[in-house]
Structures are given as C-alpha cells and as structure tokens.
Design a protein around this ligand. Structure first.
Ligand SMILES: C[S@@+](CC[C@H](N)C(=O)[O-])C[C@H]1O[C@@H](n2cnc3c(N)ncnc32)[C@H](O)[C@@H]1O
Length: 319
C-alpha cells in the first residue's frame, strides 16, 4: 500500500493543534519533530543502552517544529491541501503561532506521480456516452454517439476514473439536454467542463483555487477542440461570481461543498441543477441537510463504493 506524506512546518506551541487538524482530515498517524525537544538533550548524556548521546549526531530541526502525517491511498491529498493550509493558518485566531504553516508533500513524489499512474491509465468508457482517453493513446469510438474526452491530467486531479469524478460525469449525462450554461467549481484537470460541452452545454466556465489545476484544465481543453471554448479562471469557489446558470457541478470535499451551497443557490436559475460529489458516507447527511436547508430539492443521491454524489434542483417559486 502506498502512503502520501504531508509535513506542516510550524512552531512548538502549535504542534498539538496541527496534529489534530491532520488527523481530523484522515491521517492514520502523525510524527512530531520539535527543535525544543533537542534543546533538552545535552552532549554527554547517556542513552537507554549506555551510549553517550551527542544530539548533533541525531538528525533534528535547528528551529521550529514539523508535524508529518501519513495518508492512505483512498484520501486524495491534493484535494485536502487547501483545507490543511487554511486551518493551520487559522490557528492564529485561537492565539497560537502556526509559524510559516508551510505544507510539503512527499513519499509519492511529483516525479513518481507524474509517471507511475500512466501505466494504469488507459481508455475507459466511464458512462454510456463518455469515454476518457489518455492523450498518448490511439482510440477509435465504438459508437456514433460516444463522446471522447482526451486528457493528460498531470498533477491535477481528474483522470475521469475516480468514483467521485465518475459520479459527476453520470450526473451531467443525466441532467444535460443541450444548450445549458454551466459552472464547474474545482475543475482540476477540466474533465467535467469538457464533458459538459461534449454533452451539449452551450457555455461552460471552470474555476479552481489551485494554479496547477487552472493550467492543467487549459492544457486539456486544448486537447479537445470539440469542447472549446471553455473559460478557466483561478477562483475560490464562486466568491465574486454573480451569474444565472442552468447547472453547477462541483466535485470537492464535503467541508468545501457546504460553503458552496448558498453560492450555488444564488448563481442558479430556478429549475437549475446543483450536482456535487466528493462526499464520504460520514458526511452525506450533513451535506444533504445543508442542501435542503438552502431550499434545494434533492432529486437523486448516487453512490459508487464509499463515495456519494447528489443531484439537487432549485425549485420554481410556485413549487
Ligand atoms: C477532487 S478534485 C475534482 C477535479 C475534477 N473536477 C474531477 O471531478 O475530477 C477537487 C478540485 O477542487 C479544487 N478546490 C479545492 N478547494 C477549492 C476552492 N475553495 N475553490 C475552488 N476550487 C477548489 C482542488 O484544487 C481540486 O482541483
């Protein structure tokens, strides 16, 4: 089994709180390194086996502290990084100094990730009409009504095969009829935006908070002339966006979907659809409550493996 290692560089006083945040987001364990612990070790002290300890021989931090967490494969770390950064920096509000709050991931190095997954990534018929094809593979559509999405997701999330993406591809296929306006929040590789256009949406705007994702989405849109044009921009959810669209789709974590719910309601036309996934079993109730309390009608709850998706509709005023 592979693990992703996430290290938060912080200060001694914040190590407990940072450990709590990392565990709360699904870490299976944390390791704490604290320069203050080494200050207590004096040269010449005896260790447990009678050896003389010279702290300088032990790899240690010269200053500050670092908390390292380990995440199992079913947690997609790039997705939780913005939440980690946000919650660590917010510790200031509780009177704790989080230091730089710098977050570093390793174990699955960029280089490994960029190449290792390619071995397992082949054309996949994800839904009745949508097939995702790696850009470097030759593929011939088997039916006239099959739509092919060419992708090279690189470091961004969205090969099209993750259950959460699949749920939203299915939801788009169930919802779109043609000529809709669509907002794709947390676009990652751009896969959902490309799918929306290929399924007949007239206009799609895609947003992501991560510049790597924005670049990846733009590159993938280049690979799919039939899906062009799609507008892509860096944005935090729908902050500052005021539109009236037919469909909003978002595959993000439950914690991030909840603040999106009122923004989605505001940006949808009556009878418009809010499609969301990225929700684990523990969170489905709180997300559906937030959606219903906002005034949406839940039309479908979908599930693949441990992941849930929701199709919600903004009702007509007289409903
Ligand atoms: C699970 S990926 C989904 C990618 C793609 N849409 C898919 O379905 O495969 C979630 C994406 O949401 C982005 N994201 C996370 N927080 C965000 C926020 N506050 N605003 C916009 N995008 C965000 C992440 O950078 C990531 O690219």
């Amino acid at each position: 089994m592979q693990w992703t290692q996430v290290t938060v560089k912080t200060e001694s006083e914040a190590v407990e709180a940072v450990s709590f945040i990392l565990n709360d987001l699904g870490a299976t364990g944390v390791k704490i390194e604290d320069a203050k612990d080494f200050e207590k070790l004096r040269p010449g002290k005896f260790g447990a086996h009678g050896e003389i300890i010279d702290p300088n021989d032990i790899p240690h931090l010269e200053k500050g502290a670092a908390v390292t967490a380990y995440y199992p494969q079913n947690i997609f770390v790039p997705e939780i990084l913005p939440t980690i950064k946000q919650r660590v920096l917010a510790l200031k509000e509780f009177g704790l100094d989080p230091g730089a709050g710098e977050v570093v991931t390793s174990a699955v190095s960029d280089e490994n990730w960029a190449t290792a997954w390619k071995k397992y990534y082949h054309p996949v018929r994800v839904t009745r009409h949508l097939t995702v094809v790696p850009d470097w593979e030759e593929y011939q559509a088997a039916q006239d009504d099959e739509r092919v999405i060419y992708l090279d997701p690189g470091m961004a999330f969205g090969t099209g095969t993750h259950p959460t993406t699949k749920l939203m591809l299915q939801a788009l296929e169930m919802t779109l009829r043609g000529n809709e306006t669509v907002l794709d929040v947390g676009t990652g590789s751009g896969v959902l935006s490309i799918a929306a256009r290929l399924l007949g949406a007239a206009k799609v705007n895609a947003y992501d908070v991560d510049d790597v994702a924005v670049k990846s989405a733009l590159d993938n849109i280049e690979l799919n002339p039939k899906a062009q044009p799609i507008k892509v921009a860096a944005n935090d959810l729908l902050a500052g966006i005021h539109e009236q669209v037919d469909v909003i789709v978002a595959n993000i974590l439950a914690e991030i979907i909840i603040p999106l719910v009122p923004q989605a309601f505001e940006n949808l036309k009556n009878n418009g659809y809010f499609l969301c996934s990225g929700i684990i079993a523990d969170k489905i109730q709180v997300v559906t409550e937030a959606i219903e309390n906002q005034g949406f009608v839940i039309e479908e709850k979908m599930q693949i493996k441990d992941w849930y998706g929701v199709i919600a509709r903004k009702p007509l005023p007289d409903e």
